[in-house]
Each structure stands twice: as structure tokens, then as C-alpha cells.
Design a binder for this molecule. Structure first.
Ligand SMILES: Cc1cc2nc3c(=O)[nH]c(=O)nc-3n(C[C@H](O)[C@H](O)[C@H](O)COP(=O)(O)OP(=O)(O)OC[C@H]3O[C@@H](n4cnc5c(N)ncnc54)[C@H](O)[C@@H]3O)c2cc1C
Length: 480
């Protein structure tokens, strides 16, 4: 579904084009970002019977397609989800929802399959369309970007400034701005972005990919399908690809769920956690099931670790944890394995510190400078940026995040992984106060919850946050 520029009606039918000064269009809720998190929030509210009939809400998203974000904008059948269909329902309340949708829309995929990510975008949009049909005229979609959120006015509204110059007023705001690109390094303009690469792969002999995560796998699968027959060099500090999902899938046994819940309740130190994990491994438990069992409790375990333990985890364990938790579909890894075995793909452990254009018309186009690698430089016909999106919140390209921090409405967590929030995702201001009605969902909660970027975590956050929003709305309705 394309985002409609339907800035037509806010409360009282006011339009941005009415004569006189634009006082802003007045909504109960503004959802900033129309990726999965934004649409999941809208869906949870629109399908909640407790929602007041007068409720009106706007989703503001600059991209044409809703539900896309970086993850689901792709239409390539080779770009697969890295979570099985049965784990990707929009709501915890109906875990079979996506698998049922697939059974009708794409019956070639079973609940245990890794479906194409473009199909998932269609599913999210279908969910939202059905919810909107139940509540016509409740949700407005605006194609725009929010540049600033100003402190609540005397009338209890946040004022949102949009890229187009319009303003919106909203009683509550949910920031669902997702995966923020890191500020470009000086050299990164010589690296191509990983998605939507329109290049003739058949002309290339060498392809360098910076980063060895799930993004690198996307690039390799697309290059293979587009006729690339040359050599890949994949560079990452650890020189490791993500681990593949086990096949067949072994669900977590109930006793491991109990083990993980009890462990989390003990508020363990990091060392105790590692010992408990190793004891279970020695007792014969598979690492995949142990990691999956701990995943659900990751936010509560993380929030209770001491700052020193958090620092140790981030320095020494974050990478191995990510490799084991954010696994890839085994079919994608089989392609990589085959390429390694036939000598077409080399994985190099090194850090890329710079890039420059190679001189001369013939020969490789880019030279990457490497640190701690087998050679000081790597030449390639094309270099692609596959480094992923994990970065310091103070070093992102988002003007909105910078404005929120500068305006003291938000404050970075101690490790600059995201913004400080309470348990429902409400922002904590620079003065240490909960910002009334100002929430975030998804990646910006990373400092508080660690695991918060994938669908299973986001829909849980949304469920809790939606309760809080409904409570606020119930309190507000009298003042309309
Ligand atoms: C390549 C890739 C593959 C993935 N695969 C999976 C998977 O298989 N399973 C899984 O569970 N998770 C997966 N993920 C994790 C993914 O992050 C989440 O599933 C989900 O996409 C997060 O949604 P989001 O809405 O929080 O963020 P995003 O998808 O990033 O959406 C955020 C939206 O906010 C908009 N926005 C940003 N700033 C503003 C602003 N100032 N004003 C208005 N709008 C703004 C953006 O345009 C964007 O559309 C993947 C991630 C990536 C990058």
C-alpha cells in the first residue's frame, strides 16, 4: 500500500490549507515512522475495543511504501526473513496470524519456512487495511518526515514540525523511527549501499563486502542471481558469518523456558549467567535452544545487570550473542558455503579504516585500507557497505533524534545505544522525568532492553505500550 498524503482531516476537520495561520492539525496520537513498529502500534490500537470512538491518529512516514523500512522494502524473492513464519505474527495474542495469511496468499510456504521479506510487508499492510476498514476515518497517513517534536504546549499537545513545513499537534506521540543509519564516515561514500544496487554484475571480477552479517548475505544472494561470476572478499573484524538456523527446527522444551525464567528472576551477574549456560551445555542442551530460551528474558536480564557487567557484555559478548541469536536462514548459508568451497568467496578478519578510488581506467575501482588483516589493502571492482545499523545514538543521521536530545525531551542511555525509557517505552527527559505521552518503540529502546529490533520483541513492546496509551486516552476523552 502506498502512503497517501491524506493531510485532510484532523480533529474539527481543520486542514493545513485553510486560510489564516496554520495552528497545526490536532490528533490524539501521532506515530512517527510507518515501518513495522509504527504499523504494529496502529494495528494494536485500532483493533482494541476499548479505544474511544472519537480517537484519531496519524502515521507520518516519508517513504512511499508503508511497512517497509529497511528490512521489508525488498521485493527480491531471495531476501528471506530470518525468523520462521510461525514466529512473525503481528501480535502475540494470535501467534498463527502470519502463517494463516501465508496459507492463503503464498501457500508454497509452511509455518516453519523463512518467507520472502517482501511478502511480510504485504501481510503487515493487509493487517492494517483490515483494521482500518473496521474503523473508517480513524487513521490518517501523511507522507512526510518529522524534523522536531516540541515540548507540550499549555493545551497539553506536542507540536511536531514536518519537513514540508507543516505542523501537527498531538496529545501523545510514538517514535517508531527504527533502524537509523550511522553518520557516514569520510570513506563510506565510496562504498555502495547494500540494497537496490543497479549494477551489471556480469562486468565485475571482484566484489568486496564490508561486514559479514545478514546484510552481506543479502548482497551475495542478489549478486549470484544477477550473474556475478567473480570473486567475493567479505571483510569483518571477527571474520565470521552469522550462524544458520538448525534444520529441522527444534522448539525450546518447556523446562528450558522455566530455567530461563527462573534465571532471569534471580537477577544474576554476568559471570553467573555464563556459568549457568555452560552447565546446561554440559548437560547436553543445544546452544540454539538455550539462546532462544534466554531471548525472551533478555530485556529483564539486561536491565538488571550492573554497569560494569553491561560494559563487559558489550565489549566481549555482544558479537557472539548476535551471531548465535540473529541466525540466518540455512538456505542462504548453504550458498555461502558452496562459494567458499569453490574458492569464489574469502572471508577476511580485518577492520576497514578507509577507502580510496584506484587510479587508471582499467583494473579495480576501489582500494580498501585494512587494519589487523592479512594485507594492508584490498582492491575490488565494487565495494559494498554491509556493516549493519548498530551505532552510537549520538552518531546517527537523524535530525529528529538530535533535536530531541538538544531539546532535553530525550536523553541517551549510558552506553549511547538508544534513549532512556521506562518499562512502557516512555521517554525520560534530560531532567530525569517521564515525558507524559511521549513513547518510543523498537531500536531506540536498545539501551534499556538490549534486544528490541526484531518482530518478536517489538510486538511485545507494543502490547505493553498500547495498554498505557489506551489508559491515557480514557483519561483524555473528557477534555475533547
Ligand atoms: C535487512 C534487515 C532484515 C531484517 N529481517 C528481519 C526478520 O526477518 N525478522 C525480524 O523479526 N526482524 C528483522 N529485521 C529487524 C527489523 O529491524 C524489524 O523487523 C523491523 O523492520 C523494525 O521495524 P521499525 O519500524 O522499528 O524500523 P524500520 O523498519 O527501520 O522503520 C522505521 C520507519 O521510520 C521512518 N522514519 C525514520 N525517521 C523518521 C522521521 N523523522 N519521521 C517520519 N518517519 C521516520 C523510516 O522511513 C522507516 O520507514 C531485519 C532488519 C533488517 C535491516
Amino acid at each position: 500500500m502506498a502512503a497517501q498524503d491524506s493531510t485532510t482531516r484532523g480533529r474539527k476537520g481543520r486542514t493545513a490549507g485553510d486560510n489564516g495561520p496554520d495552528p497545526g492539525i490536532d490528533f490524539d496520537l501521532a506515530i512517527v515512522g510507518g515501518g513495522f513498529s509504527g504499523l504494529c502500534t496502529a494495528w494494536h490500537l485500532l483493533t482494541d475495543k476499548r479505544l474511544p470512538p472519537s480517537f484519531n491518529c496519524v502515521v507520518i512516514e516519508p517513504c512511499e511504501r508503508l511497512g517497509a523500512g529497511l528490512a521489508y522494502r525488498t521485493d527480491s524473492p531471495r531476501h528471506l526473513l530470518n525468523v520462521r513464519a510461525k514466529g512473525m505474527s503481528i501480535t502475540e495474542g494470535d501467534p498463527g496470524s502470519f502463517a494463516r495469511w501465508l496459507a492463503t496468499a503464498a501457500p508454497e510456504f509452511s509455518p516453519a519456512d523463512f518467507a520472502p521479506r517482501g511478502l511480510y510487508r504485504r501481510y503487515i499492510n493487509d493487517c492494517l487495511s483490515r483494521a482500518r476498514a473496521q474503523r473508517p476515518d480513524t487513521l490518517t497517513v501523511l507522507r512526510d518526515e518529522v524534523r522536531a517534536v516540541e515540548e507540550k504546549t499549555g493545551a497539553g499537545r506536542y507540536r511536531l514540525e514536518l519537513q514540508s513545513g507543516r505542523t501537527i499537534l498531538a496529545r501523545s506521540v510514538v517514535l517508531a523511527i527504527g533502524n537509523l543509519p550511522p553518520k557516514a564516515e569520510r570513506y563510506t561514500d565510496l562504498l555502495c549501499p547494500p540494497w537496490g544496487l543497479h549494477t551489471d554484475y556480469r562486468r565485475l571480477e571482484t566484489l568486496a563486502i564490508v561486514g559479514a552479517g545478514l546484510t552481506a548475505l543479502d548482497v551475495i544472494l542478489e549478486a549470484e542471481a544477477s550473474g556475478f561470476a567473480g570473486r567475493y572478499t567479505v571483510v569483518s573484524p571477527r571474520g565470521q558469518f552469522p550462524l544458520p538456523h538448525g534444520e529441522p527446527h527444534l522448539p525450546v522444551p518447556p523446562e528450558l523456558h522455566t530455567w530461563a525464567a527462573e534465571l532471569a528472576a534471580e537477577r544474576p551477574r554476568l559471570r553467573a549467567l555464563l556459568h549457568a549456560f555452560q552447565r546446561r551445555r554440559k548437560a547436553g542442551c543445544g546452544w540454539e535452544q538455550l539462546v532462544d530460551a534466554l531471548r525472551r528474558h533478555a530485556p529483564s536480564i539486561w536491565s538488571r545487570l550492573s554497569p560494569d557487567d553491561k560494559r563487559r557484555f558489550l565489549r566481549h559478548l555482544r558479537m557472539p550473542w548476535n551471531l548465535h541469536l540473529h541466525r540466518s536462514c540455512h538456505r542462504s548459508m548453504e550458498v555461502v558455503k558452496r562459494l567458499e568451497e569453490t574458492g569464489r568467496l574469502h572471508l577476511v578478519a580485518a577492520r576497514v579504516t578507509g577507502a580510496e578510488r584506484c587510479a587508471g581506467a582499467a583494473g579495480p575501482a576501489v582500494r580498501l585500507r585494512l587494519q589487523h588483516g592479512p594485507a594492508p589493502a584490498l582492491d575490488a571492482d565494487l565495494a559494498v557497505n554491509g556493516t549493519g545499523l548498530f551505532c552510537d545514538i549520538l552518531r546517527t543521521e537523524s535530525p529528529l533524534v538530535a533535536q530531541l536530545i538538544a531539546g532535553r525531551l530525550a536523553t541517551p542511555d549510558e552506553f549511547h545505544l538508544g534513549l532512556k525509557v521506562n518499562g512502557a517505552g516512555q521517554l525520560i527527559s534530560a531532567d530525569g522525568l517521564e515525558q507524559p505521552g511521549l513513547f518510543t518503540v523498537g531500536t531506540l529502546r536498545r539501551g534499556a532492553e538490549l534486544e528490541c529490533t526484531a518482530v518478536p520483541e517489538i510486538r511485545r513492546q507494543v502490547r505493553v505500550m498500547a495498554e498505557e496509551l489506551i489508559r491515557l486516552l480514557a483519561g483524555d476523552t473528557g477534555s475533547h
